[in-house]
Design a protein around this ligand. Structure first.
Ligand SMILES: C[S@@+](CC[C@H](N)C(=O)[O-])C[C@H]1O[C@@H](n2cnc3c(N)ncnc32)[C@H](O)[C@@H]1O
Length: 283
């Protein structure tokens, strides 16, 4: 998946698709009975997605997309870009996702608690907000909250789920104009810069500074080189990279790093050092 360059990213690999399809046929009910359980190992029971909740048409399309990718897709999709979906913005689901979201929101709360003071901030936003998994926490700290995201399907979902927040579809997160969307007291970005080329990342940082000339910027990104891709220059393909805190400090100047905290995810996640939360303040 790391090098995939398809318009639609629906499934991780053929094996998973076959597994979940079989799972679908074997278990027509939403859960298994005690006789059926014995046919599955613990690994299968606890790590495969529950395909019984997925419609057959979806699974069938997943397989067609996989076949297309393996055959003519690699030529037909040459000029396309990597697309983020609900399954990839956060790379876990089910119980693990539930725990991850709780921990991440708690971390953000603990970092923002001090800057709020008695009153709510006037405005806050998240850049590259996906479907608003973390944007919603900002509502506890600011009166008006916005989210900026490139993928239209994620913006539409976020807007339906969180009507009190204004979500904008933007073609690039490096050219959000404060004259059109307003200025913010706080700008947050999480797990976005780590997927960008250096050049694009620096232009996003410059945009964030323009959006909050006297406020705060919270950056939550990968800072240790674990599970990174070789590709760091082809922006239309999947990139995963780490930049040390010192580099972000340098690029964020004259904004000063005022707080730092380790990014913590659920205990079962393979990467025990997924990143650092860095809170910057305008000069
Ligand atoms: C790993 S996801 C993180 C989403 C969200 N911040 C979260 O933590 O749930 C990265 C997000 O950044 C968005 N993104 C990446 N590059 C972008 C770009 N150039 N313009 C707008 N959004 C972008 C993706 O669409 C995706 O939703």
């Amino acid at each position: 998946m790391l090098n995939s360059n398809c318009q639609v990213v629906l499934a991780e690999n053929v094996v998973a698709i076959v597994d979940i399809t079989m799972n679908f046929f074997i278990t027509k009910e939403r859960s298994m009975n005690s006789n059926e359980l014995k046919y599955f190992s613990e690994h299968e029971l606890f790590s495969l997605p529950d395909a019984t909740a997925l419609p057959f048409t979806y699974l069938f399309k997943c397989m067609l997309v996989k076949i297309r990718r393996k055959l003519w897709g690699r030529f037909a999709d040459k000029n396309t870009r990597f697309v983020w979906t609900i399954n990839t913005v956060s790379d876990v689901d089910g119980p693990a996702a539930n725990v991850r979201n709780y921990i991440e929101r708690q971390t953000i709360r603990s970092l923002l608690r001090d800057i709020k003071g008695q009153d709510l901030l006037r405005s806050a936003c998240e850049i590259g907000c996906g479907y608003g998994r973390l944007t919603m926490v900002l509502k506890e700290f600011a009166k008006n909250v916005s989210g900026f995201e490139r993928e239209k399907h994620l913006v539409d979902l976020a807007q339906r789920l969180l009507p009190d927040i204004k979500f904008y579809q933007v073609d690039g997160i490096n050219n959000i104009d404060p004259n059109k969307v307003g200025f913010f007291d706080l700008v947050m970005v999480c797990a976005v810069l780590q997927h960008l080329t250096d050049e694009y990342c620096r232009s996003v940082i410059s945009t964030m500074k323009k959006l909050t000339p006297d406020g705060y910027i919270l950056i939550i990104e990968k800072t240790e080189a674990i599970s990174v891709t070789e590709n760091v220059t082809k922006g239309n393909e999947f990139i995963s990279r780490a930049r040390p805190v010192e580099l972000y400090e340098e690029w964020m100047k004259p904004y000063a790093l005022i707080k730092k905290k380790e990014r913590v995810l659920e205990n079962t996640y393979f990467n025990k050092h997924p990143g650092t939360c860095m809170l910057f303040k305008a000069p």
